[in-house]
Design a protein around this ligand. Structure first.
Ligand code: FNR
Length: 395
């Protein structure tokens, strides 16, 4: 196998190794996928400002996200069905994140349960919450996240109803896959994945199965989840959840400055500029294009993060330059996981950090915490802003 040098290599390998319905589940957006594509394309359009003859020794990408020390301004995003990209996927990804020194977020819709992932890691997990109609279940989930010593609760606000992804419907997405002829033929070409799955008990939604009355088998589970997301979710519920949880709260799925102000006024610790990786409202702007106005609207009373379309450390740097204190990566780590398991997630993080650190240096900076808009060129060849290089550069 030729060396893996960028995230695209991991994507190609994951596509070969992961059953089609789960690869497609990751590599897709809603309807025409225009927002999904824009998330990546809009990063490409941002140009960096090269500086030379700057002392580039002692570079650091370390920072904090809601007070947690991180090796770089990156956390693993919550992604459903991660344990279907690779057997025990959530545990493997959480371990890789812990070893690297970045936070891992467990989705409500994970395969491995909160308790299971917590038992296999030392660093506190972050737990992502979807709000269901069954408030007893939500109360118990929050209690379980507390009992597992989760370090922050990430409340997702942009999925009260589900965006349509054509491929998931066409593939008959389910966990585990149903033994249809088409699935069996496809699984026959994925021997590693099958062996992994035969060797684990973790094949259902671990946070839900056994925790909800009347949901014992897969068919009742899928209809339960489809009916359960609460379309009535509102800012009053955010307040209720904040009080019930009592710890650090992160609001995910903000794309509009007005909603960003409401998020700030809710007293949350961080908000994430996100369109759910282009999986919900197709036609919404890319996250990176929505970021500057939101960062400006909320000021410094709440940390502003972003996700969507990050496929390299250069993208992370651009997000930081435009006002994000932190970022989340979804597909980038899922491709690593599908390709090579835990080692693939570690590889993904290494690649991103290396690209981030080098690009930061090429732009004349050595400390990620001092990077600002000055590293970007204005569009269409206009003159860059005048101003000195960072102080360290002269040292
Ligand atoms: C997601 N996302 C997501 N978000 C969330 O809050 N809860 C979830 O369960 C999921 N599930 C999920 C599954 C898959 C396969 C993907 C790709 C994404 C959204 C995720 O947290 C994040 O916002 C995006 O993945 C960011 O975009 P990129 O990095 O994938 O481009």
């Amino acid at each position: 196998m030729s060396p893996i040098t960028h995230i695209e290599d991991l994507r190609v390998l994951a596509q070969r190794r992961v059953p089609r319905m789960f690869y497609d589940y990751a590599d897709s957006g809603s309807w025409t996928e225009s927002t999904y594509r824009a998330n990546e394309a809009d990063f490409q359009a941002i140009k960096l400002r090269q500086r030379v003859a700057v002392n580039m020794e002692n570079r650091s990408t370390r920072t904090t996200m809601v007070g947690v020390d991180t090796a770089m301004p990156v956390a693993l995003a919550p992604t459903g069905l991660t344990g279907m990209q690779h057997a025990d996927g959530e545990i493997l990804a959480a371990r890789a994140a812990e070893a690297f020194g970045v936070p891992f977020t467990l989705s409500t819709m994970s395969i491995c349960s909160i308790e299971d992932v917590a038992a296999h890691t030392k660093a506190p997990l972050w737990f992502q919450l979807y709000v269901m109609r069954d408030r007893d279940f939500i109360e118990r989930l929050i209690e379980r996240a507390k009992a597992a010593r989760c370090g922050a609760l990430m409340l997702t606000l942009d999925l009260q109803i589900l965006g349509q992804r054509h491929k998931d419907i066409k593939n008959g997405l389910s966990a585990p896959p149903k033994p249809t002829l088409a699935n069996l033929i496809n699984l026959a070409t994925k021997p590693r994945w099958c062996l992994g799955m035969l060797g684990t008990k973790r094949r259902q939604f671990g946070n839900i199965v056994g925790h909800v009355k009347g949901v014992a088998d897969m068919s009742s589970l899928s209809s339960w989840t489809a009916q359960q997301f609460d379309p009535a979710l509102n800012w009053g519920d955010v307040e209720w959840i904040k009080n019930r949880w009592g710890g650090k709260l992160i609001l995910k799925g903000i794309l509009d400055p007005e909603d960003a102000r409401l998020a700030r006024d809710s007293g949350a610790d961080a908000l994430i500029v996100s369109n759910h990786g282009g999986r919900q409202l197709d036609g919404a702007p890319s996250s990176i294009s929505a970021l500057p106005a939101i960062a400006e609207a909320v000021g410094s009373r709440i940390e502003v993060w972003m996700d969507g379309g990050i496929r390299s450390g250069q993208d992370v740097l651009k997000a930081v330059a435009l006002g994000a204190r932190g970022t989340l990566i979804g597909r980038a780590f899922l491709y690593g996981l599908g390709a090579l398991g835990e080692a693939g997630v570690s590889k993904c993080l290494e690649l991103i950090q290396k690209e981030l650190e080098l690009t930061m240096a090429f732009c004349g900076h050595t400390d990620i915490r001092r990077v600002d808009r000055g590293i970007l060129l204005p569009p269409h060849g206009a003159a860059p802003p005048a101003g000195p290089l960072p102080v360290r550069a002269y040292g």
